[in-house]
Design a protein around this ligand. Sequence first.
Ligand code: PXP
Length: 252
Amino acid sequence: MGVNEPKGRLRLGVNIDHVATVRNARGGGTPDPLRAAKIAEAAGADGITAHLREDRRHIGDADIEGLMTTLSVPLNFEMAATDEMQRIALRHKPHAVCIVPEKREERTTEGGLEVAREENRLAHFIAPLREAGCRVSIFIAADPRQIEAAHRIGAEVIELHTGAYCDAHAEGHLDARDAELERLRDMAAFADSLGLEVHAGHGLTYDTVQPVAAFPQVMELNIGHFLIGEAIFRGLDPAIREMRRLMDEARG
Ligand code: PXP
């Protein structure tokens, strides 16, 4: 297989966190993230992603319970590297666990995990998750130090943070955007050369998805906020189908 040939069909993981954000704004039961997950499945999502934050600001424990019992596609459970989250993950044993950094005061996951600084602790942290059969992914910046550290601790997957690329695009800083894209491209190839499976996500939109989807090493994109926002205007099913179409088109 040539280096520029895609490694396989690009998977779409739909992140449903912000359906729960809207629900929680009123404290009731609607809109229901589980219903959104079922629509996403029918629209072609290959997986559902949900981030159980320490402060439960969007997804709650009952949502994870519900997703585990009702989904037909795999759940990618995003969580911080805390004892509480490890216990929850070991109880549910989702298909995939993505370790993300978490700060209480942030609006969203602002950067990648500092794996290099916490290598020992993280290696011990993910070992039982791997033993339980979860595919462990680490959400990191496109930085060779972090990629090498993720590899050393035994992660099978890395997810590259595309936020800086998407922000530069949104702010019209095109040189910075192109530089970020170049970095993502190089780091996807580097991670792949180490034998890591490469995923990417954060901030992706219809305007920014295609260059990332075209990286041959990227196997999965996780996309949430934009899709849930777009669903207000065109409905969740068509919003997801359009993202899927753009991804397939980029993949050629
Ligand atoms: N991937 C990871 C690891 C994330 O933490 C998030 C946000 O929760 C996403 C993807 C999705 O980002 P967005 O909601 O901006 O599409």
